[in-house]
Design a protein around this ligand. Structure first.
Ligand code: S3P
Length: 431
């Protein structure tokens, strides 16, 4: 899937099966590994990012049985049962693996080096390393605050009260996990609400947390108990199909049992503000996570000023939202989103370059973008290895007047290994 060629036009129709949520899959594996007893994970995403987490825990001495990918079995070793790996741990493209593992390893009396691919090696790690050091972690990073991270066994960690300067579930989760190993209380506050999967899943594993608005705290020393988890479909992957159905003619798709956690479903709110025809049905709860069926039909989109309070709950969906904006009537403006520059690629600049290649009028700011909707031509896009950029531009072909070719699209297998087959069977003219 290094290069994609998507012919123009077509519609999306039918029931579209979306793989498991990446954030929840990572956490299910990690928490299962440090729990006591067996954890069974149904619907675990078997994408490269989660596979990197699985391999990391195998190298830390945890038995993880993936022979039946419908039911991954993790034989937990308990909070203190991990052992130091014999070589450095490579986490590929996965920021979630690196930042959450940094928290666990800081407390687990482990010597380990965490490294990643060329994208992960330039992503900011100071945001997790500095507060972990405040807790007593013996963790080093590179001079420019990036990985590799080197963790050496520390004495005991101590709990801290910490206001995370950027809204980040990865930082919050990494610190809470370190907090499990710490003496006293670890209290994490945020200026907005990041995804709360760690809080929900830790509760399922028997950990007691206190949640008060945007502040969460836990007592150190609590153990986790293995359990059964069903992972919902990933709303971040579903978002590309919502986009595709909304911008193409004669489309109607059903996305079954998609995670519909309010800290994640900002994309549905933003698409609705843009006048998308989206119906949410059969809302229920599975393994502590809200899920719903989502139906999307052909829509006449209009440009909007994206409300800044929706940014955290739509943080991964802006590549899809930017393509929707290019297909909408009028101008869409996003400000207050500098964080997009620190994702798997600099998503403001990479998306702006790609949109310009399709003839779309775009202006960028340090913290955002302004996109004037209108006609899109075909063209060549460089996805820079970023899975979400590649999938968003693949969907753009449904509305473009020519073929959209996407190079460096291999990142798609990090989060959506079946994208090609699923998109093709829904109606995308993808090669
Ligand atoms: C994630 C949190 C978000 C998100 C990432 C997954 C997680 O990152 O962008 O794709 O699983 O906790 P930040 O916490 O850095 O905002």
């Amino acid at each position: 899937m290094k290069d994609l060629v998507v012919s123009r036009g077509g519609s999306l129709n039918g029931v579209v099966g979306i793989p498991g949520d990446k954030s929840i899959s990572h956490r299910a594996v990690m928490f299962g590994a440090i729990a006591d007893g067996l954890t069974r994970v149904r619907g675990c995403l078997m994408g490269e990012d989660v596979l990197a987490t699985i391999e990391a825990f195998r190298s830390l001495g945890v038995k993880i049985d993936t022979r039946n990918s419908d039911c991954v079995k993790i034989s937990g070793v308990g909070l203190r049962g991990l052992r130091s790996p014999t070589s450095s741990i490579n986490l590929g493209n996965s920021g979630t693996s690196m930042r959450l593992l940094a928290g666990i390893l800081s407390g687990a009396n482990i010597d380990a080096t965490l490294e990643g691919d060329s994208s992960l090696s330039v992503r900011p790690m100071g945001r997790i390393v500095y507060p972990l050091r405040q807790m007593g972690s013996n963790i080093q990073m590179s001079g420019n605050e990036t990985s590799p991270l080197r963790v050496k066994s520390a004495r005991t960690l101590n709990g801290i009260s910490y206001l995370v300067p950027v809204i980040s579930a990865q930082v919050k989760s990494g610190l809470l996990l370190a907090g499990l190993y710490a003496e006293g209380v670890t209290r994490i506050s945020e200026k907005g609400r990041s995804r709360d999967h760690s809080e929900r899943l830790l509760t399922k594993f028997g950990v007691k947390l206190d949640i008060n608005g945007n502040e969460v705290s836990l007592d150190g020393g609590q153990s986790l108990t293995g359990c059964d988890i069903t992972v919902p479909a990933d709303i971040s992957s579903a978002a590309f199909f919502m986009l595709g159905a909304a911008i193409s003619s004669e489309s109607e798709i059903l996305l079954p049992q998609v995670g519909f956690n309010e800290t994640r479903n900002g994309v549905v709110e933003i698409f609705r503000l843009m006048n998308a025809d989206i119906e949410v049905r059969d809302q229920n709860v599975s393994s502590g996570e809200p899920v719903a069926d989502i139906i999307v039909r052909t829509s006449n989109l209009s440009g909007v000023n994206i409300p800044q309070e929706l940014i955290p709950s739509a943080i991964d969906e802006f590549p899809a939202i930017f393509i929707a904006a290019a297909c909408a009537k009028g101008v869409t403006v996003l400000r207050g989103a500098e964080e997009l520059r620190h994702k798997e690629s600099d998503r403001i600049s990479v998306m702006a370059d790609g949109l310009r290649n399709l003839g779309v009028k775009v202006e960028t700011y340090t913290d955002g973008i302004s996109i004037t909707g209108g006609n899109m031509s075909g063209g060549l896009i460089d996805a820079h290895g970023d899975h979400r950029v590649a999938m968003a531009f693949a969907m753009a072909a449904l509305k473009a007047s020519g073929t959209v070719s996407i190079k460096n699209a291999e990142g798609i297998s990090t989060s959506f290994p079946t994208f090609f087959e699923v998109a093709k069977s829904a109606g995308l003219r993808i090669k």
